[in-house]
Write a protein that binds this ligand. Structure first.
Ligand SMILES: C[S@@+](CC[C@H](N)C(=O)[O-])C[C@H]1O[C@@H](n2cnc3c(N)ncnc32)[C@H](O)[C@@H]1O
Length: 332
């Protein structure tokens, strides 16, 4: 998934730096507190005693509940075949987010919107009748979110849709299996505010990758929450927005307090914070806050980030940014 702030391309750098500081991680509890797509928790799933993942957004919980929470082999072949054979239906997505229903919105082609509805309804029906387990439920939802996102008619996020259906949005939605790592360890996945979850957990390595700027994830990925929740609400405005969480980490006036109180409450020996040079908190402020709680250092790497243009060709401009990994060895 093309996700704002995704660390999938930086995961090698981050993992190597974490290991350089803490040494062997196989016997340690690793927490990814702002997990997003789960890229960093996934990098430690086979290389830690346990992963704890959390994100305030429900779609992210679904992804992490699958990629991190699922650790035993699952039966999915027949389910995916059956979902791919379904005829589309006029459900919530078609009614509010496709052009054919005269919703005035075009986030998906009519065919794909109707297929998302049919698949989503079937998955829920299977869950309600206990035809599938919770593990299978989150696996199938993840596959729908990932492949649904791939045929979305947007430039990159769901803050706007394109006027014309672009080429990838015209491709028929087709579900395919997506692997996750299998291991013996049980992991834990939360869907709550980081500042609340931190009071409930403890471990060895805490990895923090909060939002850097004012772009709220709940607004930019509202359709992923709508597909994941598949609840009934009145979509608002031109983009069909749902009510969304306004994270304090996206607001200049609250971020420093949120950060300080999180670090203070953290019951982890090592804390790592990813933050780039364009963020709301300047590096000096981060240093000053982290240094209050133990030994601080910072590591950095140059990184070519891709920023989507808003035009229909989904051109991506490469932008050079410095990605900082702030490190705290906490005096517990
Ligand atoms: C930079 S992204 C994380 C990206 C992730 N590391 C990845 O590779 O996909 C920041 C994440 O923080 C989440 N978030 C924002 N405010 C939060 C809060 N108060 N508590 C927990 N998660 C929050 C967002 O939903 C978003 O997924």
């Amino acid at each position: 998934m093309n996700y704002i702030g995704s660390k999938s391309k930086l995961s090698k750098f981050i993992k190597a730096e974490i290991k350089a500081v803490v040494g062997e991680t196989k016997d340690k509890i690793f927490c990814d507190l702002f997990a997003g797509t789960g890229a960093i928790g996934r990098a430690f799933k086979l290389d830690s005693k346990k992963v704890i993942a959390n994100d305030i957004e429900y779609y992210s919980f679904v992804l992490n509940r699958n990629y991190i929470g699922n650790h035993e082999r699952l039966d999915w072949h027949e389910h995916i075949d059956e979902l791919n054979k379904l005829d589309g239906v006029d459900g919530f997505i078609y009614k509010h987010y496709c052009a054919g229903s005269e919703s005035g919105r075009q986030y998906f082609s009519d065919e794909n919107g109707r297929r998302i509805d049919a698949i989503r309804q079937k998955i829920e029906g299977w869950k309600n009748t206990k035809y599938i387990t919770d593990n299978q439920y989150y696996y199938l939802l993840t596959i729908l979110l990932e492949h649904g996102d791939a045929v979305a008619n947007t430039a990159s996020v769901y803050g706007a849709f394109l006027k014309q259906l672009k080429r990838s949005a015209l491709k028929p939605l087709w579900l395919r299996p997506i692997p996750f790592d299998v291991n013996d360890a049980e992991h834990e996945v939360f869907n709550a505010d980081a500042n609340e979850v931190i009071k409930e957990i403890e471990g060895d390595i805490l990895y923090l990758d909060p939002p850097y700027n004012g772009r709220q994830y709940g607004a930019n990925y509202h359709l992923l929450n709508t597909i994941a929740r598949y609840d009934n609400f009145i979509p608002s405005g031109k983009t069909g927005l749902r009510n969304y969480v306004r994270s304090l980490w996206c607001q200049k006036n609250s971020i420093e307090d949120s950060f300080d109180s999180l670090i203070k409450s953290a019951n982890f020996k090592f804390v790592f914070l990813s933050y780039n040079n364009e963020g709301l908190m300047p590096p000096e402020t981060i240093k000053q806050i982290m240094s209050k709680y133990g030994r601080y250092e910072v590591r950095e790497t140059e990184y070519q980030r891709f920023k989507a243009d808003t035009n229909e060709n989904r051109n991506h401009k490469a932008i050079g940014t410095t990605e900082f990994l702030h490190v705290l060895e906490k005096a517990l």
